[in-house]
Design a protein around this ligand. Structure first.
Ligand code: SF4
Length: 549
């Protein structure tokens, strides 16, 4: 546009948000510049050919803190740095010379052989660390850059990958942990997950998105579909039969928004095309100017469902989508823990580690126990749990005993079922507080203190701990969400603590917990606080009233 001259009235040019489709192709911030200057997927060759041979000090900072993410690699936090200093230190002061490496496990589906391999790689290269995340991934820590090519080679030989496990790219696809075996699923989404992965994992056309992009495909409402950039949720169409209801624009973090329905029904064999259409809308119209506004949810909020669907149909699919009904939603989170009958007459057994904390040794032992019980399939869940599938009735008791022996409880207390935690200060550079060990202590203390009310709860109360405001553990949609921050204790000292969000939920109660200014607790008071809240809920609720009501 030519500059305004003379005395003509000045019309204000709308400020661009960096949308490619509107002509803003020049990078408007350092992240966009980095992606344009050198496509992030190119970094693999440098890792394999240079960095793994020359060591940590040879790594270009733009690769280290930017492009490495496209392969699931982040530097981990240097031990001993307290949360009060997280925001004040330079990246090089905060980071260790070791990496977190995230293995993406689309649909959470693994063979026992793959699970054992993940465990063995952990023992050899990651000091036996292997946490189950609430996005059905496994995260290693203590990985050296020298070992990364070997880890990749072994993972890839077994059909596993770390490609686009992080970065501004399509991340792991969440899927129902009981896909294909649940008697009550509307449809098995596995073929759609496999097709998206086959066509688009590592595809250059989607490797530079405005920010991360989260997908869920499930025949059951058991994958937190409301908080995904795009979600396909099983629904039975009165004319067309089983298919998926399409949702877009969900996401948590600092500006949480629930996804919206587009009112469209998608057949199983259309999911990959429609998914590519939604990702393309995001790539082309997503806001790239500010990282804080670059998630799809901001575009969906500005456009609304109707315009989003219209652009998707007209510009990307070239056809209208069929209208469809809304899926049924549950009144409580479904975690699949315990023993359940499959539709083929076999059983699946769901086990709970504490807040996703497992180890390589534990995963190897779980794989062996599953195989001894006649199974060769396991699944990880979005609630940080592990399921063994295809177990004959005669093998259930033996399997449960073996899993219990290694710390995978198949009849856990509601506190163990309901507590989730993100990585926290132990390894995460953004963390302000410790989470995993605190979750472990919280579970154990609640088990002792609340044994008398346990039987009065129909469903576990969800308690989610985050180490910072980023919401990796989905705090806004927990019954009790705990956001790590520095708080002032009774003596006026600055200590680790949490801002509390109360009464969030998904499904029937989908909404964000209330953040009450006075509801801040120090870490030392945490168990007392949670105990008090739960006792009050049990004492005051009316018949069948859920926590979020
Ligand atoms: Fe790290 Fe914060 Fe995410 Fe926890 S919520 S893993 S502390 S970024």
């Amino acid at each position: 546009m030519a500059p305004q001259t003379g005395s003509a009235p000045r019309t204000r040019r709308p400020r661009g948000e960096g949308q490619w489709a509107l002509g803003y192709r020049e990078p408007l911030n350092a992240n966009e510049r980095s992606k344009k200057d050198d496509p992030p997927l190119n970094v693999r060759a440098r890792i394999e050919n240079i960095y793994a041979h020359r060591g940590f000090d040879s790594i270009d900072p733009g690769d280290l803190r930017g492009r490495f993410r496209w392969y699931g690699l982040y530097t981990q936090r240097r031990p001993g740095i307290d949360g009060g200093r997280t925001a004040t230190l330079e990246p090089e002061e905060l980071e260790d010379r070791y990496f977190m490496l995230r293995v993406r496990i689309d649909g959470g589906a693994l063979t026992t052989g793959q699970l054992a391999l993940i465990g063995e790689l952990s023992q050899t290269h990651a000091r036996d660390t292997a946490d189950i995340t609430d996005r059905q991934n496994i995260q290693y820590h203590w990985v050296r850059i020298e070992d990364v090519p070997t880890i990749w080679e072994k993972l890839e030989a077994a059909g596993l990958s770390t490609v686009e496990a992080c970065g501004d790219s399509p991340r792991v696809i969440l899927g129902s942990p009981v896909a294909g075996i649940a008697a009550d699923e509307v449809i098995d989404g596995t073929p759609a997950i496999e097709e998206i992965r086959r066509r688009y994992l590592g595809a250059p056309e989607f490797a530079n998105l405005p920010r991360k992009f989260k997908t869920a495909v499930s025949g059951l409402p058991d994958v937190a579909h409301e908080i995904h950039d795009v979600a396909f949720v099983g629904v039975d169409h009165p004319e067309h039969g089983p298919g998926f209801d399409l949702w877009v624009g969900g996401g948590l973090s600092t500006n949480p928004m629930l996804g919206v329905r587009l009112g469209a029904w998608v057949a199983l064999d259309e999911v990959a095309d429609v998914w590519a259409g939604v990702v393309s809308v995001f790539r082309d119209y997503g806001y790239r100017r500010l990282r804080s506004r670059a998630r799809l949810k901001f575009l969906v909020k500005d456009w609304g469902a109707e315009k989003f669907r219209e652009v998707l149909e007209r510009e990307y699919l070239g056809r209208p989508l069929r209208d469809g009904p809304a899926p049924e939603v549950p009144d409580h989170p479904v975690d699949h823990v315990g023993v359940h009958r499959q539709k083929d007459g076999l059983y699946y057994v769901g086990a709970a580690p504490v807040a996703g904390r497992t180890s390589g040794s534990m995963l190897i032992a779980a794989a062996k126990a599953a195989e001894r019980a006649g199974s060769n399939r396991v699944r990880l869940t979005p609630q940080q749990k592990l399921l063994v599938l295809d177990v004959p009735a005669s093998e259930i008791d033996g399997l449960r005993a073996e899993l219990a022996e290694i710390g995978l409880d198949t009849a856990p207390s509601p506190w163990r079922r309901g507590v989730m935690a993100c990585t926290g200060i132990e390894f995460c550079k953004l963390a302000i507080v410790e989470t995993k060990d605190r979750a472990r202590r919280l579970v154990s203390e609640l088990e002792q203190r609340l044994a008398d009310v346990q039987s009065e709860l129909e469903h576990p109360v969800s308690v989610h701990l985050n180490g910072c405001p980023n919401s990796c553990a989905r705090i806004q949609v927990a019954d009790i969400g705990l956001k790590g921050q520095i708080v002032t204790d009774a003596e006026g000292k600055q200590v680790e603590g949490f801002q509390v969000h109360l009464g969030g939920g998904l499904g029937l109660d989908a909404g964000f917990g209330r953040k009450l200014r006075r509801h801040k607790v120090t870490a030392a008071e945490l168990t007392d606080y949670v105990e008090r809240v739960i006792r009050n809920y049990v004492a005051q609720r009316k018949d069948g009233e859920r926590f979020a009501q």
